[in-house]
Design a protein around this ligand. Structure first.
Ligand SMILES: [Zn+2]
Length: 351
């Protein structure tokens, strides 16, 4: 095992960021190379816990000579975000300086331009340097897993259609309740990796056999517990064995959950502001017309509430932890079998 730190100079005097990187060297050059990263959204820590447990096992495997493919691990990918405590609350999703989502605006380059990502880094602000360093490491691998979580949520993954159904082994190993199939058209980390591979040659590739870049949503922000971290590490271990990255005999059963295109996700929004009373929880399956939530728009008045019903049948995958909604706030994501009638732009579901 090799432990190192990437040093990123801050944008103001006296500030230096340190990005820890853990590397395990594989014994077999033909085995796939893996890149694992967690907490790019700095307040999403289930992946950090998973990788901590996984590293314990990999150290043991290293001693036993059982690591076949190179493994690079960045267990806490965003020191800049982790330092953003604002009025007592960690702001881990958006960079307060530039107001950009830490998981957007990754440089979209072709694989052949990989080395240029880290050329003349000094001309970039710290956050851009961080993104370039992360993408540079990821593009040295064949399999890239970016570990996130949602707010209140089931275990699910965003998978570019270019990697489906090959990625079903990962979904099954990690016990995903559902997979969201994406079009790959955004500047999120996972999609910047996919972009580089798709444009490796002049003709854009639509299938990328032997490669994988996914965003895993490891339940909700509060789901950081020893038993969950161990269960997830078990799942990831099975995947690493099955793909020949560590030696081990682990079978993965077929993925039983639905694979749902983003166009089939119903984003349940608050039509008006108020206190939210949920009638249904994550993991519930609903039918059209089921009562999902009541919003108290005018407390104490006879006509002071509105009810929100399910627009179609589906599986409630995520729910907000907030109990006060502004108009337009997203309350739930429901994975459905039909396309949503709501207008949706290409790219990610959320800002
Ligand atoms: Zn995230």
């Amino acid at each position: 095992m090799d432990f190192s730190e990437i040093i990123i100079p801050g944008d103001t005097p006296g500030i230096v960021w340190r990005l820890p990187v853990i590397r395990f060297k594989g014994r077999d050059d033909a085995a796939p190379k893996v890149y694992l990263q967690a907490a790019l959204h700095a307040n999403e820590l289930p992946g950090t816990a998973l990788l901590h447990v996984l590293c314990e096992r990999l150290r043991q495997a290293d001693v036993e000579g059982a690591i076949l493919g190179d493994i690079t691990i960045v267990p806490q990918a965003n020191p800049i975000g982790a330092a953003q405590s604002h009025f007592g609350e960690l702001q881990g999703r958006f960079d307060l300086g530039s107001r950009t989502n830490f998981n957007r605006d990754f440089p979209l380059v072709a694989l052949g331009e990989r080395l240029s990502l880290t050329d003349d880094l000094d001309r970039y602000p710290a956050i851009e340097q961080l993104k370039r360093q992360l993408l540079h490491m990821a593009l040295g691998a064949d399999l890239v897993l970016d570990l996130h979580c949602d707010d209140e949520s089931l275990q699910y993954a965003y998978v570019d259609e270019a990697f489906w159904p090959e990625a079903a082994d990962l979904a099954s190993a990690l016990d995903m309740a559902v997979v969201f199939l994406a079009d790959g058209e955004s500047s999120a980390f996972e999609e910047a990796v996919g972009h580089a591979w798709k444009y490796e040659r002049t003709e854009k590739a639509t299938r990328l056999p032997g490669r994988l870049s996914v965003t895993l949503e490891l339940r909700g922000t509060r789901d950081v517990y020893p038993d969950m971290a161990r269960k997830d590490a078990d799942g990831l271990w099975r995947f690493l064995c099955a793909r020949g990255i560590v030696r081990g005999d682990m079978a993965i059963g077929p993925f039983k959950g639905p694979a749902t295109p983003l166009d089939n996700i119903e984003m349940i929004r608050a039509p008006l502001s108020g206190a939210v009373l949920f009638h249904r929880d994550i993991g519930d399956t609903v039918v059209v017309g089921d009562l999902l939530a009541t919003i108290i728009t005018a407390p104490g008045r006879e006509d002071g509430t509105i009810d929100i019903q399910a627009p179609q049948a589906g599986l409630i995958t995520t729910r907000t932890s907030q109990r006060f909604a502004r108009r337009g706030d997203n309350l739930m994501k429901i994975a459905c079998s039909e396309k949503t009638k709501a207008a949706r732009k290409p790219g990610t579901l959320e800002a």
